[in-house]
Design a protein around this ligand. Structure first.
Ligand code: ACO
Length: 332
């Protein structure tokens, strides 16, 4: 079934979950040669949450239950599920299938989407397209990560950055034009994949004693290269989305950026000409949770009344791939 053009896809409710265990910068300084001062000034991060006995699908399930509660939607009403993650429970089946079962959803289409830190925004665009073309009325999209499981706790250049958590949104197709998810942009550049990746465990370098000894199942990153690419790509993508929507930077009430580094966010604020006070920032408490970072921040921004009905909200992300994406929402 193809639906009428006069339809919109809105965000009906959001929710998030962070595991209770807090790992502070001082805790990290006991594991690797670093300090609270270095981490705070270079990244803005003070602490992050670490999942102990929980899996990615456990966290996804809790965030989704809260999103459905906030949306006033029952699990039986969900027609489509997408989980954005780079740290699924298994290589296969998808974490969305595991989560579907834990949530007690109907036998609806379920799939994972791998676009690293851009995964939640890729999922929004994908779900919107499927809802408009395929007639799915309500979709659940989740960003969930257990990055602690692929973090090299001997590498001070990366282990200070990442955390675990999940965020979710219920999307709904409504018969009203011009609201909800107004415009978006997605892109990728695979030529730079080695500046941020997990080298082994896939078809190129299957798991072996050597890959384990060489610590190739952990995140490897050239931090300053990632930094430069992130600033350029996020700034460009956000501008493109605003242009598509015909909305000026001044009209944006709140920007919810991927939470990787406060200095990246400040650089984007300068590029877009949107004051830093209009940016939602919570990386000080959660670190970089990849695909979970934007929905966790969006949920918190909503609970803190950072925007109201009719406001324009800009989401912008960058991640491994390289990938980038941005989404403009007119809050219902
Ligand atoms: N504690 C103390 N010193 C450190 C630490 C640490 N945790 N980490 C690195 N250093 C040292 C380095 O060894 C280096 O020392 P040297 O000058 O003696 O060689 C010095 O600090 C500077 O290192 P840089 O890497 O140049 O530091 P930089 O200012 O670039 O900050 C950082 C590093 C924080 C990683 C930054 O580059 C960054 O945030 N990059 C983007 C990372 C990111 O966003 N990644 C995720 C992308 S999203 C996704 O898809 C997951």
């Amino acid at each position: 079934m193809t639906v009428e053009k006069a339809s919109s896809v809105i965000i009906k409710g959001v929710g998030s979950y962070a595991p209770p265990h807090v790992l502070t910068n001082d805790d990290l300084s006991k594991i690797v040669d670093t300090s609270d001062e270095w981490i705070r000034t270079r990244t803005g991060i003070r602490e992050r949450r670490i999942a102990k006995d929980e899996t990615t699908s456990d966290m996804a399930t809790k965030a989704a239950q809260e999103a459905m509660r906030n949306a006033g939607v029952e699990p039986s009403e969900i027609d489509l599920l997408i989980v954005a993650t780079v740290t699924g429970d298994h290589p296969f089946p998808s974490t969305s299938c595991v989560t579907q079962h834990k949530l007690g959803l109907r036998k609806i289409p379920c799939f994972d989407l791998l676009a690293a830190c851009s995964g939640f925004l890729y999922s929004i665009d994908t779900a919107k397209a499927l809802m408009l073309s395929g007639g799915y009325k309500k979709a659940l999209i989740i960003g969930a990560e257990k990055l602690s499981g692929i973090t090299d706790w001997d590498d001070r250049g990366t282990c200070v950055l990442f955390g675990d958590g999940a965020g979710a949104a219920v999307l709904e197709l409504i018969d009203e034009p011009g609201c909800g998810i107004i415009a978006g942009d997605m892109g990728a550049d695979g030529s730079e994949r080695e500046i941020l990746f997990v080298p082994a465990g896939g078809s190129e370098r299957p798991a072996s004693e050597k890959t384990i000894a060489d610590r190739e199942h952990f995140i490897k990153m050239q931090g300053n290269q990632v930094f430069k690419n992130a600033v350029v790509a996020m700034g460009r993508s956000a501008k493109k989305t605003l242009e598509k929507a015909g909305i000026s930077a001044d009209e944006v009430a709140c920007v919810v950026p991927h939470q990787a580094n406060i200095r990246i966010i400040e650089a984007i604020s300068n590029r877009l000409g949107i004051g830093i006070e209009r940016f939602k920032i919570n990386l000080d408490r959660f670190g970089n949770t990849s695909a979970a970072s934007i929905p966790i921040a969006l949920d918190e921004a909503m609970r803190n009344s950072r925007f109201k009905s009719g406001d324009y909200i800009l989401l912008v992300a960058f991640g491994a791939g390289l990938t980038w994406a941005s989404t403009l929402i007119r809050w219902q």
